[in-house]
Design a protein around this ligand. Structure first.
Ligand code: ZN
Ligand code: FE
Length: 258
């Protein structure tokens, strides 16, 4: 029997956050990734008529868990989240860390430890559905700021996601795409795919539409943070022969100071 894809619903929250609902009709499961606020999630559940069964948390930052206590209390959903934050996030029922896997209905969910933005950060990968949830590690044409880990940690986190199958669709935690893409253009002004993509992104944003989700393939060609291992890019930064992570660190530092 062919695998039915998961149905997803992007939920705009706060000023620029996203949560996502994913619904598996066959298994009668619905999971939510991150809970930036309760109200927007309640509304999305009402609109879809889906019954929430699981909540997946990417990291401990306030803008990803603020609505967690309320939504868990209202729905009784089981909460899966980073083991490293079980003290900070007391609602976690099932702590997970890098290399763990669990089943959601028919789907295997793999936990990818991605320290850098925070030390506890995990991403979730569902190979069968070709879906990943990357929180504040990988953004569309960007990556998260490095608050708790090192720049080197963050390179390995981002590169781990870059190595997922290119056809993987990923949802991230923020709508930062336009600013990210403008920054990418300062690093690779001649990247034709990047220029084309930015035209599409500007049109979407002018209409107030989201740019999330994206695919790993689109990031491999346009996201300069993932492209830090590209020999031509290294050379254009005067860093020919430098380690991938050093080039990433240079790019991330330029973005921080932009
Ligand atoms: Zn964060
Ligand atoms: Fe965030």
């Amino acid at each position: 029997m062919p695998q039915l894809p998961l149905e997803t619903k992007l939920i705009a929250c706060r000023s620029d956050n996203y949560a996502v609902l994913a619904h598996d009709k066959e298994a009668n499961l619905t999971f939510l990734v991150d809970v930036p606020e309760a109200d927007a999630v309640r509304k999305a559940l009402q609109e879809t008529g889906w019954t929430l069964t699981h909540i997946l948390i990417t990291h401990h930052h306030h803008d990803h868990v603020e609505g967690l206590a309320a939504i868990k209390a209202e729905t009784g959903a089981k909460v899966i989240g980073p083991a490293d934050s079980k003290d900070k996030i007391p609602q976690i029922d099932e702590p997970v860390s890098d290399g763990d896997a669990f089943k959601l209905g028919d789907q295997d969910v793999y936990i990818l430890g991605t320290p850098g933005h925070t030390l506890d950060h995990v991403c979730y990968w569902l190979p069968k559905a070709q879906l990943a949830f990357t929180g504040d590690t990988l953004f569309v044409m960007g990556c998260g700021r490095v608050f708790e880990g090192t720049l080197k940690d963050m390179w390995f986190a981002v590169d781990k996601l870059a190595k997922l199958p290119p056809e993987t669709t990923f949802f991230c935690g923020h709508e930062y795409t336009e600013a990210n893409g403008n920054f990418c253009l300062t690093i690779e002004p001649e990247n034709e795919l990047l220029k084309q993509r930015m035209e599409e992104i500007r049109e979407l944003r002018a209409k107030g539409l989201p740019t999330v989700p994206s695919t790993i393939l689109d990031e491999l060609t346009t996201n300069v943070f993932l492209r830090a291992n590209d020999p031509d890019l290294k050379e254009s930064l005067g860093m020919a022969g430098a380690e991938d992570w050093e080039v990433f660190a240079e790019i991330r530092t330029r973005k921080d100071n932009a």
